[in-house]
Design a protein around this ligand. Structure first.
Ligand SMILES: Cc1ncc(COP(=O)(O)O)c(C=O)c1O
Length: 397
């Protein structure tokens, strides 16, 4: 019988490392939401004021330009991104960049659901980013700012010309509040509340540049647009006009005011700790805690091949020791799942297995609500769990 390694002495103070819903902010408590505007209409003036406050705080923290619109829409990030796709695509060719599961999902939408007749797909395997230098910006471009399931992010916005004919659509759900956004380079940007800020799910944020608004008002796609996707109204001259009330807190349908209160709570926390620079620094520190350990550990590696593309929120790791890589893909997945389960059983880390469509491995959320010290302690536990798994493998052989 192989002897099990010693358990690490310290345990993470907070053990939530899921990539969505992500850890609540430090100091979060349900009691902080006791002023939620509950049991009343969200269209009452106080309800609308809370929704507007959530929009305004989002704008402040993210530094959204005054001439961009920012609104709360239904159905989380998927709702926000699909709303934009359904409402705006088709006027010109579309290029969809995809290097992991969520980007591939937008490809499926464009090709199989919207059935657009001119879709180019630029793909890369898990761990890589496609070539961003050869993109035709006379087309509309869809991309994922941070590929949550491969841990590969865009390194910057230099590859997007400020002066372009097409629109850029950025799914930024696991990037917003953790990575810089160059606003002149994006026309449509979406995210949800439960990621970097650790809010609650179900609501999406939709941010539109003046050119995106122009598109909405100029181009009426020949397809049904569900009510929850409808951003425009027909004006008195029969022209299509963006409904600006949506971007002032008059949501299309009913939001959860409890979730709104929770989002306000975390936005206020974000402001108190120093706003966007502090939130980004926390994500960077968390990712560094993991990456420093990875660099010093021969049996594990970052799934993102180019260090410039490594996510500072969804850090994805692969096991590279021969003991593991010699196993079949299915056995490698079983090994990783057992390792993750071991950490859950010890109550030291939850939900750190790789995404279901991604290569076997670990995925650890390091966004702003997670403490870097907890991530450092977590690495000791992963070391422990890995040695324990190897011991199990040896005794099973
Ligand atoms: C990059 C990306 N896009 C889209 C989604 C879907 O987000 P939601 O569940 O908020 O609709 C996720 C969820 O993890 C994601 O990481």
């Amino acid at each position: 019988m192989t002897e099990l390694p010693q358990r690490p002495a310290q345990r993470p103070a907070r053990t939530h490392f899921s990539s969505g819903p992500c850890s609540k902010r430090p100091g979060w408590s349900l009691e902080n939401l006791s002023n939620a505007f509950l049991g009343r209409s969200h269209r009452a003036s106080d309800g609308k004021a809370r929704l507007k406050q959530a929009i305004d705080l989002t704008r402040d923290i993210l530094g959204i330009p005054d001439d961009y619109l920012c609104g709360i829409v239904p159905a989380s990030d998927t709702g926000a991104f699909e709303l934009a796709m359904w409402s705006m695509l088709g006027e010109r060719g579309v290029t969809a960049l995809a290097w992991e599961s969520f980007g591939k999902g937008w490809v499926t939408d464009a090709q199989k659901q919207l059935k657009l007749n001119d879709v180019d797909v630029v793909e890369a395997a898990y761990g890589d980013l496609p070539d961003l230098s050869a993109i035709d910006f006379s087309r509309d471009i869809l991309f994922t700012a941070n590929g949550t399931t491969s841990g590969v992010r865009i390194p910057n916005y230099d590859w997007i010309p400020a002066d372009r004919e097409g629109l850029t659509f950025a799914d930024s759900t696991s990037a917003a509040f953790a990575q810089p956004i160059e606003w002149p380079k994006v026309d449509v940007l979406t995210f949800s509340w439960q990621k970097v800020m650790g809010g609650e799910a179900a609501h999406g944020m939709l941010i539109l540049s003046p050119r995106a608004v122009e598109r909405l008002e100029r181009y009426v796609p020949d397809r049904p647009i569900p009510k929850i996707f409808r951003l425009t109204k027909v004006g008195p001259t029969n022209a299509s006009k963006v409904d600006h009330a949506i971007f002032q807190g008059a949501t299309i349908n009913t939001p959860s005011m409890l979730c709104v209160e929770d989002y306000l709570d975390t936005l206020q926390w974000g402001q108190e700790i120093g706003g966007l620079p502090a939130l980004m620094a926390r994500a960077d520190a968390g990712a560094k805690a993991i990456n420093d350990w990875v660099d010093a550990t021969p049996w594990i590696a970052n799934l993102a091949n180019d260090p410039a593309t490594r996510s500072n929120t969804s850090v994805c790791l692969k096991l590279v020791a021969p003991e593991v890589t010699q196993l079949s893909a299915a056995d490698q997945a079983t090994f990783c799942k057992a390792l993750v389960k071991r950490l859950e059983t010890e109550a030291v880390a939850y939900d750190i297995d790789a995404y279901r469509d991604a290569p076997p491995g670990l995925r650890i959320w390091t966004g702003a609500t997670v403490d870097a010290d907890d991530l450092t302690i977590l690495t000791d536990w992963i070391d422990w769990a890995y040695q324990a798994q190897l011991a199990d493998l040896a005794s099973a052989a």
